[in-house]
Design a protein around this ligand. Structure first.
Ligand SMILES: Nc1nc2c(ncn2[C@@H]2O[C@H](COP(=O)(O)OP(=O)(O)OP(=O)(O)O)[C@@H](O)[C@H]2O)c(=O)[nH]1
Ligand SMILES: [Mg+2]
Length: 217
């Protein structure tokens, strides 16, 4: 069986749900109680958070193992106090990590209940581009989270999705329209999470770095 490996980087403002969704994506068979505990225990991230998951996926009739590495950072950019750590401080330390040379999947998360977090995604895409994370083999998923609190504005979300494609294209990276997905999730209601998990594992199974089987690249 071949194994494909790839990294997933969630990006977005503070409190949009990056840490929580990463836990839910990692753990496929989480009970309702466990999920509510993850939501209730969520704290502002003060360091890089790493998780690892393995998913079996069928690709053209053969089973492929997708080995998925999640790297999550604090969404905070401004320094709030001497003890809080910002995105840039963390990322500067971890820049040498090989898995951070590029991302196979970028999750651009915002909180549907705070519309300015959707506008902020323009800045987060810029950060990703500056870091060189967006490559022709990168899947971008625009995640509208907390839909239990506020249903997203479909037209505005689509406008932002198109804007992301335009920006990436202007950066000189070739990206197809179906490489920037839009997904609606609620971590609280457990809706849309399975879909995002499949997006990630299917993409990494097909486009990840190959090990194991001879002839695979
Ligand atoms: N109602 C609701 N609350 C959610 C949802 N997802 C996350 N939350 C809550 O939102 C808060 C922030 O979630 P986190 O995962 O810590 O957010 P984060 O993006 O990691 O934030 P930073 O670590 O500060 O960057 C927590 O209190 C979560 O319980 C959701 O879908 N619905
Ligand atoms: Mg966090």
């Amino acid at each position: 069986m071949s194994v494909k490996t790839g990294s997933v980087i969630p990006l977005g403002d503070g409190s949009v749900g990056k840490s929580v969704i990463m836990q839910l994506l990692k753990e496929k068979s989480m009970s309702d109680e466990q999920r509510i505990a993850v939501l209730n225990d969520a704290r502002k991230s003060k360091n890089i958070e790493m998780e690892f998951a393995m998913e079996k996926v069928m690709v053209e009739g053969t089973e492929v193992k997708a080995s998925i590495q999640y790297y999550n950072f604090p969404g905070q950019i401004q320094k709030e106090s001497a003890t809080t750590v910002t995105f840039d401080e963390i990322i500067n330390i971890f820049e040498f990590l090989p898995a951070l040379k590029d991302a196979h999947v970028l999750l651009l998360l915002y909180d549907t209940n705070r519309i300015y977090t959707l506008k902020s995604l323009e800045n987060w895409v810029k950060v990703a581009a500056q870091k060189g994370w967006i490559k022709p083999h990168t899947l971008v998923v625009l995640v509208s989270n907390k839909t239990d609190l506020q249903p997203p504005n479909d037209e505005f979300v689509e406008e932002v999705r198109k804007g992301i494609i335009q920006f990436i294209t202007n950066e000189g990276v070739t990206i197809a329209d179906n490489q920037v997905l839009s997904r609606y999730t609620s971590c609280k209601m457990n809706s849309g999470i399975d879909e995002v998990r499949s997006d990630i594992s299917n993409w990494i199974a097909a486009n990840g770095l190959g090990f194991g089987q001879s002839g695979s690249s």
